[in-house]
Ligand binder design. Structure first.
Ligand code: AMP
Length: 122
């Protein structure tokens, strides 16, 4: 069964304007802002404005317009940040094994330095 959306999560508060963010892009469906604890010289989070816990929820329940806007925004934000060349990485965590901390779908965009191997073996 799908996890219920928590309206008190930190990104819901950002979307409601209750806490600030360092915004880099916004449209009707999407907000993008800089991560508060950057893991690379450029570390931006792209989130849908709708209430979706993760990619699992979004892929299952979002409308086509929301999905199209989200995918286009990820590409556009990376391009506008100048990351298209030399490159960047996108990442989205879902659930406990991925260590998802914030239960509102977000795609991380990392760039600005060589990013190393995709995953660290533990
Ligand atoms: P995840 O582990 O994929 O859920 O990532 C959550 C991300 O949200 C982390 O990289 C945090 O640094 C970031 N984060 C948490 N709170 C804020 C905030 N108020 N503004 C910007 N980024 C945040």
């Amino acid at each position: 069964m799908a996890t219920a959306y928590d309206r008190d999560n930190i990104f819901a508060k950002i979307l409601r304007g209750e806490i600030p963010c360092d915004r880099v892009y916004e449209d009707d469906h999407v907000l993008a802002f800089r991560d508060i604890n950057p893991q690379a010289p450029v570390h931006v989070l792209v989130i849908p404005k709708g209430e979706y816990v993760s990619m699992d929820d979004f892929a299952e329940s979002a409308g086509d317009a929301e999905i199209a806007a989200f995918v286009r925004a990820v590409g556009r934000v990376a391009r506008e940040l100048g990351l298209q060349d030399p490159g960047y990485r996108i990442l989205a965590n879902h659930g406990a094994d991925s260590h998802q901390e914030v239960p509102h779908l977000h795609v991380h965009i990392f760039g600005g330095r060589p990013l190393g191997p995709m995953l660290v073996r533990t």
